[in-house]
Unconditional design. Structure first.
Length: 114
């Protein structure tokens, strides 16, 4: 039954060939660039958060596991909560200067945004 999962084939045209076997392409795993080649932008965001401020780190290129590890390190050094998903790290509160300094100390090419 696992080989006939129709949800993976949404948007695929039907084939009348009885010998046709649908093959899905495997997504290539993104390799994590070394810190000196990363270009991270540290900004502040308030949209959709009831006016509360969060520090947003965007521009990370790499695996989700490495993103979570970097997010965990930033949250621990700032002493606050947050999340790391979809290529962005969210740190609760306005810590733009502190996060930029931490990232530069870790060897990342970080720039303070808005």
């Amino acid at each position: 039954m696992a080989e006939n999962d129709w949800k993976k084939r949404l948007g695929v045209v039907y084939s009348t060939n009885p010998d046709f076997a649908y093959e899905e392409e495997e997504a290539a795993a993104a390799e994590t660039l070394e810190p000196s080649r990363q270009r991270l932008i540290v900004g502040i965001d308030r949209k959709g958060r009831a006016g509360k401020q969060v520090t947003l780190v965007s521009g990370f290129v790499g695996t989700e596991e490495d993103l979570r590890e970097l997010g965990r390190a930033l949250k621990m050094r700032c002493g606050v909560g947050g999340s790391a998903k979809d290529g962005k790290i969210t740190v609760q509160g306005d810590f733009r200067d502190k996060v930029t300094a931490i990232l530069k100390e870790m060897g990342y090419n970080a720039k303070r945004g808005n």
